[in-house]
Design a protein around this ligand. Structure first.
Ligand SMILES: Cc1ncc(COP(=O)(O)O)c(C=O)c1O
Length: 381
């Protein structure tokens, strides 16, 4: 079997009733049963705090850094643990210089967490926020390369657009930034875990992913990759557990020095005893499935739906221009009124984002789910 061989459906690992057709992973993924169990066990540890010793404040976070590093293609040392994408992006913004007259590049309708921080930074510094317009043919990369110039201080981009999965070729953007000298910040919330990420080719300054979607993690957990050139940077908080020898709880002296690596960017109280074991469980399962195989499996599922939707006269993004795990479906005359409610009534869960019906399956979806989606779509036409 090749590394890219698709996986069969994994619904048994989740607790999804037969009547539920959940095609909405880009909204919020269901937890694996094992992840929920890990979370429960973690929460229950605080029933017996006398069993929690100082090294326990560090061990799960360390395991997560290593597992996340395998997903990102980085070392454990380059990973910080954050509570949200916006937290990681704020840390990135704090450490990247921008001057008056320079510009910061984002996509039109980019997710707000990767927009507000740059809009605010531009306002405060006198920099210009440049928004790449949505391309009619789905080719964001061309628009980015046209608007990126020697004055671009930061390109803050996703791997695929959250509304319809249209792709950004981050390696090409990085290549251009190497020539112009700008920084690259990437939001992988809608791609990490479902799509291969090539760290060597993309080399972001910072990369963040909230874990509650394609990483199948609990809400309020996330990962921040920090390139070693920023490891001496200025964290948002001044977390105590990232200090040298912080594990020596009996030593009450202040420590100015941080442990080396990205851990200085960790959120305070990083040893979240309930959430971290759950996140670790989810990441381990993703590693076991292998991201190239997840990607291949989800590509099959979206391709089947795309073919059927096209046959109904609906517009779907060219497969070369969209992330394999995403499908944005558009109607020639705009989304019909009541479409989302109609799906909801049939217990088929998808999202409306802008003018697109967003369909985002995962390994818990069966062939029957795909048929149900098409059936409901047809019944509305
Ligand atoms: C592209 C993208 N980034 C980030 C997030 C979540 O951001 P945060 O963790 O700041 O709430 C989402 C949620 O939908 C998203 O689609």
């Amino acid at each position: 079997m090749t590394a890219q061989a698709p996986l069969t459906n994994q619904r048994d690992l989740f607790q999804i009733p037969d009547e539920i057709c959940y095609l909405n992973c880009a909204y919020i993924s269901p937890l694996l049963k094992s992840t929920a169990e890990a979370g429960k066990r973690g929460m229950e540890r605080k029933l017996r705090p006398w069993e929690i010793s100082p090294p326990d404040f560090f061990s799960t976070a360390q395991q997560i850094r290593a597992t996340a590093g395998s997903l990102l293609g980085s070392t454990a040392n380059e990973v910080a643990i954050v509570p949200s994408a916006s937290y990681g992006l704020a840390a990135a913004a704090r450490n990247l210089p921008v001057h008056k007259g320079q510009n910061i590049l984002v996509l039109a309708e980019q997710y707000p967490s990767n927009y507000y921080v740059w809009e605010s930074m531009a306002r405060k510094t006198g920099a210009i926020l440049r928004s790449v317009p949505r391309p009619a043919d789905g080719d964001w990369t061309r628009g980015i390369l046209e608007m990126l110039d020697n004055d671009t201080a930061i390109a803050a981009l996703p791997h695929c657009h959250w509304s319809d999965g249209t792709l950004v070729d981050l390696a090409r953007v990085r290549h251009r930034l190497d020539q112009t000298g700008g920084a690259l910040v990437v939001d992988l919330t809608q791609s990490l875990g479902a799509m291969v990420f090539d760290l060597d080719a993309i080399r972001p300054d910072f990369a963040v992913a909230a874990a509650y979607k394609w990483l199948l993690g609990p809400y309020a957990t996330g990962l921040l990759y920090v390139d070693p050139r920023h490891h001496d940077g200025d964290p948002l908080e001044l977390p105590i557990f990232s200090r040298k020898n912080a594990v020596q709880f009996s030593d009450i002296s202040y420590r100015n020095e941080f442990e080396p690596g990205a851990c200085r960017f960790d959120v305070g109280e990083v040893a979240n005893f309930a959430l971290l074991p759950a996140l670790h469980d989810a990441l381990l399962q993703i590693l076991e499935w292998q991201v190239p195989r997840i990607q291949a499996s989800l590509a099959e599922r979206t391709a089947i739906i795309a073919t059927e939707a096209s046959a109904l006269g609906l517009e779907v993004v060219d497969p070369m221009r969209r992330a394999p795990h995403f499908l944005g479906i558009r109607f020639p005359n705009g989304l019909p009124v009541g479409l989302a409610e109609h799906f909801h009534e049939q217990q088929v869960y998808v999202s409306v984002r802008g003018d697109a019906l967003r369909v985002t399956p995962h390994l818990y979806n069966t062939e029957d789910d795909q048929k149900r989606f098409i059936h409901v779509l047809r019944s509305f036409m």
